[in-house]
Ligand binder design. Sequence first.
Ligand SMILES: N[C@@H](CCC(=O)N[C@@H](CS)C(=O)NCC(=O)O)C(=O)O
Length: 208
Amino acid sequence: MADLEILGIPLSNYVRSIRMLCEEKGVAYKLNPVFPHSPEVDAIHPAGQIPCLRHGDVALFESKAIATYIDKAFPGPKFIPEDALGAARCEQWVSYGNGKVDDWIMRQFVVPSIFFNKEKGPDTAKIEAALPEIEKCAAALDKALAATGYLVGDALTYADMNVLPMLATGAMFPACKAVLDQHAHVSAYIAKLTARDSFKNTAPPPRA
Ligand SMILES: N[C@@H](CCC(=O)N[C@@H](CS)C(=O)NCC(=O)O)C(=O)O
């Protein structure tokens, strides 16, 4: 079988989710740590985003599509359910994770907390306004996790791998962690899943 190549810097949460899936399935891959909008990425993703995948003649973009391909094309345990309802629920939580959790934790809270004009300082109004929305995300996840500790059924799926890096990144910031910690199932979920080898083995290298 041709080599599987994942394109994207390891700092990207979406790249990490795909790498976690490979780790959990036991699928060997080569990480090509290219930035968004680099020529290799632009050749695959119309908007220049990471992750992308190359596998023989196959090139793919968008993390959920990449996850579906890896889960179906390679041997190992399945992390996207095959039954209609399980598959739909997995899709549902991936969409919610990408639409809401990523937006409020990463785009509206983490990114403006890290990247800002040094003279103006961070946009604290924007950062603080994200917290009530992060609270809504945490409440929704907490409710979903209450029964089994996983988002779909009673076992780990790609829906969990998709959202975990977002939650774990948010939890590195005290104000966001305080919101997440108010939800016992969410805190237990972060603690349990960040202890997995798939999460530990995909940690981005420390920033210089
Ligand atoms: N919907 C995309 C989102 C990917 C995404 O936002 N990637 C970020 C890095 S984490 C990126 O490439 N950002 C550069 C950009 O949006 O221009 C997916 O699921 O793959």
